[in-house]
Design a protein around this ligand. Structure first.
Ligand SMILES: Cc1cc2nc3c(=O)[nH]c(=O)nc-3n(C[C@H](O)[C@H](O)[C@H](O)COP(=O)(O)OP(=O)(O)OC[C@H]3O[C@@H](n4cnc5c(N)ncnc54)[C@H](O)[C@@H]3O)c2cc1C
Length: 592
């Protein structure tokens, strides 16, 4: 079984050189935040991860959370590890200081989250949902709710959950049926939520649920859904957890992966009704929940990257050790010498580097929006974040399926048996294209809300940025091949964009049928952009004689491999998009 280590070199290169961290921080007045501090943070997080959390990954897989009369009992070792995580201040890293956070940029929080997620996805999920709860409360909670609940959520003393799904309301949240009846200064919530991640546990003395429910007079559909905060324990006059609220975990799901992450059926109001407090405006709950979901969607994209990285690191180690070939002198050689194994390793390496670049660029875009001093700049960054979010969620998690599968393939038969650990990454990552909105939903979001809703303008802006990178690559003798590949890809995207604008209005199934291919096309192209930007920086640093020569020259090769082997997939996406939805929709249901 392999060790895990955060790929510092790649992360720091991306953050410091490609994104320009120091400049971003100093222009935001964060004078004490810089690349040096970043390295120290990474080192500390990596230490906790490798010493404490990584060993829990297999333990949790083999000892899932259980349910007894006292509620959900988390997997062994998780409570102790979570305590260390909280005591060392990791929960509060990237939240505003006014709520007890440490005020680090989102980008730092995302990079550190990669470390936790790579170590144990099941463990890290708990904090991902707490962070989403915090974001939603900061944006939509009343001053009183913020004052009472935020400090303990920010520190991680209490954890948060997200309660959308019901038996009849999955992708279609308009079908939510949970009820909320006003009573005095609060509401009484009743109904059943399913699939609630970390919906109960004993690691903290309270769990704060954010719950979608309907008021008695609410209009039908998505415009009649409100958001409520429902604590597991009601607070006493001192603000400490007191009386048990009427919400309970009534069963746990048995799953393909993330066994240590309890996936709960939660019953609200089986007795008198669970006390809840309105978050934001009545009937505007879906909008408020979208704050949480957008946070979580990028976070789930990062999960795809995190497990791909883990899978790659383990496959690489195996490929160097597994002897499976004999030279003419009788000596045996490792499988890493075979071109086909190289193909798989390079696909994993270049894919994860492109994924990391896109995830970090998207996180930095959130920071740039927050740090903006005028409304127009903030809006520009926010529009770009909106465009990135479904691509980060959809492309990273879909590509992760292929990468973690290749991780198994490189192990041969040993990959298929559980003891090497490679199979667990593949099982754990399978949920990521499903929860927080399936890839189909992300594709529709990208095409409908993020492209067609603004007549393709924000996409055109992104393509201009990618084109600028292609032009710069093209003007370098050494990198012109990458420039040509990226320019072709931009043309591909422009053709697809125009096709969408010309055809979407004709038939609803045209846009619906094209969504996922559009998303994947944009993922491959954004990945090519990141690798292009990285190659430009690597080449400049090499020419200046600065930096780590071995890392930088490897980056140039990895970028070339990406442009030769992964970027051309954008073309095949275009072919599929242009085929339209005729053959997809032509069969009568009974013909299937
Ligand atoms: C392990 C796990 C953890 C989870 N954690 C949480 C949690 O913490 N909180 C929470 O609220 N939920 C959670 N979920 C629920 C998860 O978000 C849903 O499973 C997911 O949104 C899909 O909903 P569904 O399962 O009802 O599938 P369905 O909506 O029934 O979808 C089935 C298929 O139909 C497709 N489909 C459905 N509608 C459309 C459409 N409009 N257009 C195109 N295709 C469509 C989907 O893409 C999918 O392929 C979790 C689920 C799991 C398995």
């Amino acid at each position: 079984m392999s060790d895990y280590n955060y790929p510092y070199k790649d992360a720091e290169f991306l953050i410091n050189e490609v994104i320009g961290f120091d400049e971003m921080c100093s222009s935001a007045g964060l004078d004490e935040v810089n690349g040096e501090l970043l390295s120290a943070i990474f080192e500390e997080a990596n230490r906790l991860a490798t010493e404490v959390i990584v060993p829990l990954n297999v333990i949790g897989d083999q000892n899932p959370a259980t349910l007894d009369e006292n509620g959900v009992q988390q997997s062994p070792g998780f409570a102790e590890a979570y305590r260390q995580y909280v005591d060392n201040g990791w929960g509060a890293l990237a939240f505003p200081e006014e709520f007890g956070g440490q005020g680090m940029p989102k980008l730092v929080g995302v990079a550190v989250d990669e470390i936790w997620q790579s170590s144990s996805l099941a463990f890290a999920l708990c904090s991902l949902l707490t962070h989403g709860t915090v974001e939603a409360l900061i944006e939509h909670g009343s001053d009183e709710l913020k004052e009472v609940y935020l400090p303990n959520l920010v520190s991680g003393e209490w954890t948060g959950t997200m309660n959308l799904t019901e038996p009849a309301a999955g992708s279609d949240l308009a079908a939510v049926m949970t009820r909320a009846v006003p009573e005095g200064d609060h509401y009484l919530i009743s109904g059943q939520k399913i699939f609630i991640t970390w919906g109960d546990h004993q690691m903290t003395d309270n769990v704060i649920h954010l719950v979608l429910a309907r008021l008695p007079d609410a209009p039908a559909g998505s415009r009649g859904i409100s958001l409520f905060l429902v604590p597991k324990f009601l607070l006493d006059e001192q603000g400490n957890p007191g009386q048990r609220n009427d919400v309970r975990c009534v069963s746990l799901e048995h799953k393909l992966g993330i066994h240590a992450s309890p996936t709960c059926v939660l019953a609200f109001g089986d007795n008198d009704g669970a006390v809840g407090y309105l978050v934001g405006e009545p009937n505007r709950g879906l909008m408020a929940m979208f704050t949480m979901m957008n946070h979580a969607r990028q976070g789930v994209g990062l999960q795809g990257l995190s497990l791909s990285t883990r899978s790659y690191q383990q496959a690489l180690q195996y490929a160097k050790e597994r002897l499976q070939g004999t030279r003419s002198d009788g000596s045996r050689f490792p499988i890493i010498e075979y071109p086909d194994v190289r193909r798989m390793l390079m696909l994993m390496k270049s894919g994860t580097e492109a994924m990391r670049g896109l995830a970090y660029i998207a996180a930095a875009e959130i920071d740039r929006g927050r740090f903006a001093t005028d409304a127009e700049t903030a809006a520009r960054h926010s529009t770009r974040v909106d465009l990135y979010t479904p691509i980060v969620k959809g492309w990273l998690t879909e590509l992760a399926q292929e990468i973690t599968s290749l991780g198994i393939q490189i192990h041969g038969g040993m990959g298929y048996v559980e003891e090497t650990g490679s199979a667990q990454f593949f099982r754990d990552v399978r949920i990521t294209p499903i929860y927080e909105g399936t890839t189909g939903i992300q594709g529709q979001d990208l095409v409908g809300r993020k492209i067609l809703a603004n007549s393709g303008e924000s996409l055109a802006g992104l393509l201009e940025d990618i084109q600028a990178c292609a032009d710069e690559l093209g003007s370098s003798a050494e990198l012109s091949g990458l420039g040509t590949a990226l320019r072709t890809a931009v043309e591909t995207a422009r053709t697809a964009r125009q096709w969408l604008l010309d055809n979407a209005g004709k038939d609803r199934s045209v846009a619906g049928g094209a969504g996922v291919n559009f998303l994947m096309m944009m993922g491959y192209i954004c990945g090519g952009w990141v690798m292009g930007l990285s190659a430009l920086k690597a080449s400049q640093l090499l020419a200046a004689g600065g930096g780590d020569e071995s890392f930088l020259s490897a980056k140039l090769v990895t970028a070339r491999f990406y442009c030769e082997h992964l970027l051309p997939r954008a073309d095949s996406c275009l072919t599929t998009i242009r085929a339209g939805s005729d053959s997809m929709m032509a069969l009568q249901e009974e013909q299937f």
